[in-house]
Design a protein around this ligand. Structure first.
Ligand code: FES
Ligand SMILES: [Fe+2]
Length: 387
């Protein structure tokens, strides 16, 4: 983040601390409970948001080596991401053109050879069909028409965006307008040098709550002093955040109490990144958390057609590869702190909320003016479905 921006934001934090305030939305926002429980709405969310927009699918370092690949089913279609020997990132539907099996599973380095595990049709990392066992039995088929189906993919600022599309769309005519997609957030993302980071470890979680409730978890500090009073409340201020929207995306900053130490330092030395957690929602479903010295990336997907089930891919990125045991232990402890708070405190609460939604107790939930990021995210989902 630009140093001048850090200075201005730190001044805003000190202003809020002096006045007992926080960034506030113009109005209270009421969100219908049905937005979290409606199966019909989830169908539209999946079509419009998960298939109809580019999704942040991976960081550059997860696909750094030529020949590397990643698979992901989260968006509702099987996606295969590759980096070719030419260094270019490409995305495909992970569907063999013989009879439809996945041609790759998990992630790894394949060096230009995706051999379908069913009958052995083989594709290169550009999706071309390069080998067919017993080719005489398939004489006459046009291999160029049996390539893996491409999806639009773009790599920018250390992030890889893919548009998984609904069936029936001519993907060859599609591309991602990345500047439009980033909606003004590109310069700030670039400042974090995301492409220089290294993948440390990953976790996968399943929760019995709507996917938006999982995103909501990260969007307000109003609960820190109550729900997290024994965990992170001593580290962060309660009910104090700085909020900014970037088109559909957003940034919400939670200052650490350690920021008080900056009061005695000249502004030229102010380093907000080290005295806060910066949460970005890369709309619709990625929560990108810039911590003082590492990144956590939460990619959040609905499970099939279930309004109350979510799969979460958490990836943890560090500035240098952890090679010594002490470095590995250090980052593992960091990860356990984060996942412990979220899994032991936030998500059980969220699952209770989802269960309570079905009771009919209320038609709406209410976001206070002190929860501006929550209102922006939920409103953006709603507006996106209306377009
Ligand atoms: S389904 Fe892939 S080779 Fe048969
Ligand atoms: Fe929380």
């Amino acid at each position: 983040m630009k140093h001048q921006t850090q200075i201005e934001l730190t001044r805003a934090v000190f202003h809020h601390l002096a006045n007992g305030t926080t960034d506030r939305a113009a109005e209270i926002y009421q969100n219908p409970v049905a937005h979290y429980t409606s199966a019909e709405r989830l169908v539209r969310e999946k079509t419009e948001l998960f298939l109809g927009r580019p999704l942040m699918m991976a960081l550059t370092c997860q696909l750094r080596e030529p020949g590397a690949f990643i698979t992901c089913d989260g968006a509702g279609v099987p996606v295969l991401l590759t980096r070719g020997e030419d260094g270019v990132v490409r995305a495909f539907l992970n569907v063999c053109r013989h009879r439809g099996a996945r041609v790759a599973m998990g992630c790894g380095v394949n060096h230009n050879r995706f051999q379908c595990p069913y009958h052995g049709w083989t594709y290169d990392s550009a999706g071309y069909l390069v080998a067919v066992p017993d080719k005489h039995s398939f004489e006459g088929i046009d291999r160029s028409e049996h390539r893996l189906v491409s999806l639009p993919a773009v790599e920018r600022n250390g992030l890889i965006w893919v548009q998984a599309t609904p069936s029936g769309i001519d993907v060859d005519s599609m591309s991602i307008d990345i500047d439009r997609t980033l909606a003004g957030l590109g310069t700030e993302l670039q400042s974090f040098n995301i492409d220089t980071f290294h993948h440390h470890t990953s976790r996968q979680l399943r929760q019995k709550m709507n996917w938006k409730l999982v995103v909501d978890t990260f969007l307000e500090p109003y609960h820190f002093g109550i729900l997290h009073r024994h965990s992170i409340a001593p580290i962060f201020f309660n009910n104090l955040c700085l909020f900014q929207a970037f088109g559909p995306h957003l940034r919400v900053i939670y200052p650490r109490r350690s920021i008080e130490a900056l009061r005695d330092r000249p502004e030229t030395e102010w380093d907000l990144v080290h005295h806060s957690a910066m949460v970005y929602v890369l709309f619709p479903n990625t929560v990108f958390v810039v911590q003082a010295d590492h990144f956590e990336v939460w990619r959040i997907f609905p499970v099939e057609d279930k309004v109350d089930e979510t799969v979460i891919f958490l990836d943890f990125f560090v500035p240098e590869p952890a090679t010594s045991q002490s470095a590995i232990d250090h980052w593992d402890r960091n990860l356990e702190l984060v996942t412990g708070v979220v899994s032991d405190e936030d998500f059980p609460t969220g699952e209770g909320i989802q269960f309570g939604f079905l009771s009919g107790a209320q038609s709406h939930v209410t976001y206070g003016r002190n929860e501006p990021a929550l209102a922006h995210f939920e409103n953006t989902v709603t507006v996106s479905l209306e377009q």
